[in-house]
Design a protein around this ligand. Structure first.
Ligand code: SF4
Length: 744
């Protein structure tokens, strides 16, 4: 018997095998996320664009500029923006199919409140009054920290500013958290502890200059296709070498010069072994490195135990290869070091980021064009939200909540009594959910995020959400896995339906002009939150008439800060997209590369070489659960499929959960290609189709993380993953837990 797939059709085992083969064949002829020649413009046969509106892609941190083709208040086409310096007119499969996410049957069209087991429609005035009342009553009874906001990392700068001004400035709680926690928190802690501040140094244009790309735990071909394509082109021109470090033979690894298919979780050992070879073979200019880095002697001593023999035993890589790659790095003049979720989503993700950046520092690949750590986030606004202070420890302009003088600066600017702004950091999402579970957090307002599907050990997360006294869900869609638990539903506008600006991962500004009206009664998120703020009595502080006025206020708070953006205006962003902060004046050209003088924000103006030890994942395979489960993304889906899962041509490529397994393990577990198996961990189980491939290391299995309960109760991949977190960054360990497979 076939199963019901996401598109409502039955999918037999034979069809599944054919579909997999079809996707492979499609890749070969051009329907490939990186090199596809198929023009997937969402062009209507009958409706041609009457106008083109400048905007930006709604997905990843590359931040491709684009233009939206509009006809009679309908998006009928999209095309890459040629003058945007990041993508130069290019878009990937997701970008080309953006319009499909607007016209789905499950758009949330009206404010609603829970009525028994279902919901009933109410007007906007009643809805925002109810939200304001709930917030007021909850704070009156339980204090400011009994309420919290959890927002997506795809919102605009102005929206984050308004959210933070209300919660941190007016309500007195720093409980403003974002989904960036799930994808880049460890990397950001790594940047802070290596550089002394959250300081992405490089530009996308560095890709065109590099002679070496070291890509670790990062399937860029699937997750950053436009950037990866640029890397591949640059590699041809510059004869640059591409080294990919990954336990899976991903599309990225297949296109590399060298793929180091190491044992899962052993990255830190490998990085320290590279440092060992570089330092012991005289490949490091000690005097030069000491001029810009602290921690040199400690690191040299620390890495002595990470010999190539030791690393070879732990990583499974040949000793000679480890030595050869270390020499290549040590000799590189323009090396770019790029990493992603494979390092970040770990209980020691922050250590791995530090150890990886050590390699750039030791090889002199810092403070010059074409070299350094290039950190591109998974979500479009994961950079911008940090600048605006949309994490529980931050305030606008990268100010820190616990610093009295920095809090006082913001309080003065907002006209708030400094004593009203809490000196205590707010809570990251794991603790907000724990707070709900324990009854300490009473009210949670979620904006465009779906933690019931995306949080690890999602059964636990769902249970925690069900305990909320008040759960407000503001989203473009309903139902989602999370909206099911809401008491109040607020329809938010999304991409193309609202105005604002973003900074991408290289700190570049792009404007997103509104192209069409949102459907039904849906409204821009900022307007909804400001309505609530005014009903709470903050009319004066939220008297903005539009997003441009919000940006003009926000940018004043960046004066003298690392992200100084006083030189930016909406008109400038539209005329010249991609200008990178700092840009303090109107005639300042922006700052493509930082720290070219090798003066850093850390102690003594230096970066820090960090000495770390390896630690195993929190849950390792054992006799009962003998396999290591890795989860990750696929090129044609994004997050929990709330958007891309409804675009038929994307959804049908991978209609159900699949499991990659090595041929030897498949034999051992007596399973065959295309069969259904039950994958179980100590927390739950899912049903998955088997894909046998030697692209995964023996002893590990891989599942795509996009599927949640709405794809089927037996499809929720995060019901398997472990709710353990990076020791500092509190980012979940999605890349490792113990699993077993059984016959479905
Ligand atoms: Fe959008 Fe990222 Fe693709 Fe660019 S690379 S089109 S930003 S998903």
């Amino acid at each position: 018997m076939g199963k019901q797939n996401g598109n409502g059709s039955k999918l037999s085992r034979r069809n599944f095998v054919q579909l997999s083969a079809a996707w492979a064949a499609a890749s070969a002829v051009g329907l490939d996320p990186v090199f596809g020649t198929v023009k997937e413009l969402y062009a209507s046969e009958t409706m041609k664009p009457e106008k083109w509106v400048p905007n930006i892609c709604a997905y990843c941190g590359v931040g491709c500029g684009l233009e939206i083709g509009v006809n009679k208040d309908k998006v009928v086409a999209v095309r890459g923006m040629k003058k945007n310096p990041v993508n130069r007119g290019d878009l990937c499969l997701l970008g080309k199919n953006l319009p499909g996410m607007l016209y789905t049957k499950d758009r949330l069209l009206h404010p609603q409140v829970r009525d028994g087991k279902g919901f009933k429609k109410i007007g906007w005035d009643a809805a925002t009054s109810q939200v304001a009342e709930k917030i007021k009553d909850t704070i009156a009874k339980h204090g400011p920290d009994s309420v919290a906001l959890y927002v997506s990392a795809s919102e605009y700068i102005e929206e984050y500013y308004v959210y933070n001004k209300l919660f941190k400035g007016m309500l007195g709680t720093n409980n403003v958290e974002s989904s960036a926690r799930l994808c880049w928190a460890s990397g950001v802690v790594g940047l802070v502890t290596s550089f002394g501040a959250d300081s992405p140094p490089c530009a996308v244009a560095d890709v065109d200059l590099a002679d070496l790309f070291v890509v670790a735990g990062y399937n860029m071909s699937s997750s950053k296709p436009v950037l990866f394509k640029r890397m591949v082109q640059a590699r041809k021109q510059n004869k640059a070498k591409m080294i990919v470090i990954d336990p899976r033979k991903t599309d990225t690894a297949q296109r590399a010069d060298i793929h180091l298919q190491l044992n899962p979780g052993t990255d830190l050992i490998l990085f320290n072994a590279f440092a060992h070879v570089m330092l012991n073979e005289g490949l490091v200019n000690e005097k030069e490195v000491k001029s810009y880095a602290n921690g040199f002697d400690e690191l040299k001593k620390h890495v002595q135990k990470f010999t190539p023999d030791f690393a070879s035993e732990k990583t499974g890589l040949p000793k000679e290869q480890i030595v050869e790659i270390a020499r290549t790095m040590g000799k590189s003049q323009k090396g770019l070091f790029m990493w992603g979720q494979g390092l970040n989503q770990s209980t020691t993700g922050n250590r791995k980021a530090n150890a990886f950046m050590n390699l750039a520092f030791l090889s002199g690949n810092i403070g010059k064009p074409g070299a350094g750590p290039l950190a591109i986030t998974g979500q479009g606004s994961a950079m911008g939200l940090r600048e605006v202070g949309s994490l529980p420890h931050l305030l606008p302009g990268f100010r820190l909540v616990p610093k009295d003088n920095q809090r006082a600066e913001v309080a003065k600017f907002w006209g708030v009594d400094p004593a009203k702004m809490s000196p205590n950091k707010g809570k990251p999402i794991p603790f907000l959910l724990k707070g709900l579970e324990e009854g300490k957090l009473k009210l949670l307002w979620i904006i465009h995020s779906n933690p019931a599907a995306t949080f690890p050990n999602s059964s636990w997360a769902r249970n925690a959400l069900s305990k909320a006294e008040t759960l407000i869900v503001q989203d473009a869609y309903h139902p989602t896995e999370t909206s099911k638990y809401a008491h109040i539903l607020l329809p938010g506008a999304q991409w193309a339906e609202k105005e604002g600006c973003l900074t991408n991962s290289e700190r570049g500004y792009t404007i997103a002009r509104k192209a069409v009206n949102a459907p039904g009664e849906a409204r821009p998120d900022m307007d909804i939150v400001m309505d609530v703020a005014r009903k709470l009595g903050f009319e004066k502080q939220f008297a903005f008439k539009n997003s441009e006025e919000v940006f003009e206020e926000y940018k004043q708070l960046t004066a003298g800060r690392p992200c100084d953006s006083r030189g930016m205006t909406y008109a400038r962003m539209e005329k010249t997209p991609g200008i990178q902060w700092p840009v303090p004046t109107a005639d300042h050209p922006g700052t493509p590369r930082r720290f070219l003088d090798r003066k850093f924000p850390g102690k003594d103006g230096k970066v820090m070489l960090r000495s770390h030890d390896h630690k195993d994942a929190a849950e390792m395979p054992d006799a009962e659960y003998p396999l290591n489960l890795i989860t990750g993304l696929i090129a044609e889906q994004y997050h929990s499929r709330t958007r891309t899962g409804k675009i038929d041509k994307l959804a049908r490529i991978t209609p159900e959960v699949f499991m990659e397994i090595h041929p030897d393990d498949a034999k051992k577990h007596k399973t065959t290609e295309g069969a259904h198996v039950k994958v179980a961990t100590r927390r739950g189980s899912v049903k998955a189709r088997v894909r046998i491939t030697d692209g995964i290391t023996r002893g590990s299995i891989f599942l795509p993380y996009h599927f949640g309960y709405l794809s089927g109760e037996d499809q929720a991949v995060n019901s398997l993953t472990n709710n353990v977190f990076d020791e500092k960054a509190k980012q979940p360990e999605y890349k490792a837990c113990a699993a077993k497979i059984e016959k479905a």
